[in-house]
Design a protein around this ligand. Structure first.
Ligand code: PEP
Ligand code: MN
Length: 338
């Protein structure tokens, strides 16, 4: 439930109201807008006496919220979209953020060279997997902590903030200390223990949609992180499992406008894991920007044929450069910036 309060409501009266709500077991989330203040009530609101609330002069409106996600819900916010600022690079609002880099960090030479190239083309963040969730235990599992160290070297050389995937609660401290955006992969979208721990941090979380998860399930996972106090969540559509076998996954383009309708959180698209082939990255990226995505996370490799992971879906830096130029034109149509 949301209480819309007039800005004229005296502080003591508002604090008293919050206290009463907390006494009946509700959590109260406040959001200040230009003309009014919102009190989002989280918990079992069925015990609230609506008549009493209606009698309070400064409550302008009482809005019931049916959805189970509250903090991620657009209705709980006075602003239409949340903008996440990472070292001056913004995700959300009119900004379209480009995150690029290899599936996995392989060597210093590889990651630094790719980082320099993507930066020249306009990428604002460097991605690179250090801990890899591979289907086979015999495949390359990533360089682990050494991979994070190499990402840090690339960050130092280019100034690009780094994005990397966490697979276990065991590494929370290491990631909190070293990584600018912590990625939760599709396979861990419903690892609720991990989500709860990430909720304790301030670091922005890039939450990928699970392989067979619904949009509501994705939002509930975001809610887990936000309920812990970390409201810096970036959602990511990366394709879902369908009966189609021609592509690695099916990119659910409608998820972007649907999510935009329900949540204020930024939504980015991963065309690489969606299509699973390098030649699909370009059309899927263009489509994602056209339907309103707040950014893209794209796999870029300087030697895809010898990549340790996902070379088939990685584009080379030259192609990434051409793609960004085309994406800028699409973004301009909507008065957005890359
Ligand atoms: C990745 O980004 O490297 C990755 C493994 O993605 P996903 O979790 O979407 O499969
Ligand atoms: Mn990959």
């Amino acid at each position: 439930m949301i209480l819309v309060l007039s800005n004229e409501m005296p502080d003591e009266e508002r604090l008293e109201l919050i206290k009463k709500m907390e006494e009946i077991g509700l959590r109260v989330h406040e959001s200040q807008g230009e003309r009014y203040r919102l009190l989002g009530l989280i918990g079992n609101t069925s015990t609230i006496d609506r008549n009493r609330l209606n009698a309070i002069r400064h409550i302008e409106k009482i809005i019931p919220v049916q959805e189970s996600y509250k903090l991620a819900n657009k209705a709980f916010h006075t602003k239409d979209s949340t903008i996440i600022d990472v070292k001056g690079n913004k995700i959300g609002g009119e900004n379209i953020a480009l995150i690029a880099g290899p599936c996995s960090v392989e060597s210093e030479e590889q990651i630094v060279s790719i980082a320099k190239d993507i930066k020249k083309s306009g990428a604002k963040f460097l991605r690179g997997g250090a801990f890899k969730p591979r289907t086979s235990p015999y495949s390359f599992q990533g360089l682990g902590s050494e991979g994070l160290d190499l990402l840090k070297i690339a960050r130092e050389e280019t100034g690009l903030p780094i994005v990397s995937e966490i697979m276990s609660v065991r590494y929370i401290d290491e990631f909190a200390e070293n990584v600018d955006i912590i990625q939760v992969g599709a396979r861990n979208m419903q690892n609720f223990d991990l989500l709860k721990e990430l909720g304790e941090l301030k670091t922005p979380i890039l939450l990928k949609r699970g392989l067979s998860s619904t949009i509501d399930e994705l939002l509930m996972s975001a809610e887990y992180i936000m309920a812990g106090g970390n409201e810096n969540v970036i959602l990511c559509e990366r394709g879902i499992r369908t009966f189609e076998t021609q592509t690695r996954n099916t990119l659910d383009l409608s998820a972007i406008p649907v999510l935009k309708k329900h949540t204020h959180l930024p939504i980015i698209v991963d065309p690489s894991h969606a299509g699973g082939m390098w030649w699909l990255v370009e059309p899927l990226s263009k489509a994602a920007v056209a339907v309103g995505a707040d950014g893209l996370i794209i796999e870029v490799h300087n030697d895809p044929e010898n990549a340790k992971c996902d070379g088939q879906q990685s584009i080379v830096p030259e192609r990434f450069d051409t793609l960004t130029k085309q994406l800028r034109k699409i973004a301009e149509l909507d008065n957005r910036i890359i």
